[in-house]
Design a binder for this molecule. Structure first.
Ligand code: PNS
Length: 165
């Protein structure tokens, strides 16, 4: 049985992420979506909110499980029998960072392989950071995220903007 993990911040999850999730779930026996409990980064959504959000948008995929993790990704893989790390590559600009991370993880645990999925062309320009920025200026994010996520991001941005008035 091949268990893969798709790790990331998912702040928020986008159609680009969902494209990778669906395709990876079709390739591997089980796909874990691993949300980093990121202390260094200030996120729009709490870890728990992101776990719930990812669970909602992947509920039609029976072999997908959503978890959060902290510490090293390879340690999570070792403890949970994960064989493959999945990452999406949107453009050449992603490649350098992704290659370095894959090589670092391979050095830390040679049992775990990283496999890259090329993001589908129609989603290759989407990023969570641009979605957060567009929403903060009340722009339309409906082309980038599912409806449930759009409502959550808009609500969060309103709260965030009023807290910082
Ligand atoms: O969506 P992101 O923020 O680009 O995801 C980055 C992530 C979570 C995959 C990466 O930061 C990570 O794996 N962090 C866990 C700590 C770790 O294992 N670091 C060593 C790998 S370089």
């Amino acid at each position: 049985m091949t268990i893969a993990i798709y790790p990331g911040s998912f702040d928020p999850v986008t159609y680009g992420h969902l494209d990778i999730i669906r395709r990876a779930a079709a390739v591997f026996d089980k796909l874990i979506i691993g949300i980093l409990r990121n202390k260094a980064k200030s996120c729009l959504f709490t870890t728990e909110e992101r776990v719930t959000m990812l669970g909602q948008v992947t509920r039609d995929l029976p072999n997908v499980e959503v978890v959060s993790f902290d510490g090293l990704l390879v340690d999570y893989c070792e403890k949970n029998d994960v064989n493959v790390i999945v990452r999406g590559i949107r453009a050449v600009s992603d490649f350098e960072f992704e290659l370095t991370m894959a090589q670092t993880n391979k050095q830390l645990n040679s049992r775990v392989e990283t496999m890259f999925f090329a993001t589908s062309a129609e989603y290759s320009y989407i990023s969570s950071s641009s979605i957060r920025e567009i929403a903060s200026f009340n722009g339309d994010i409906s082309h980038f995220v599912p409806e449930t996520v759009r409502l959550l991001v808009e609500e969060k941005s309103r709260q965030h903007n009023s807290d910082h008035d």
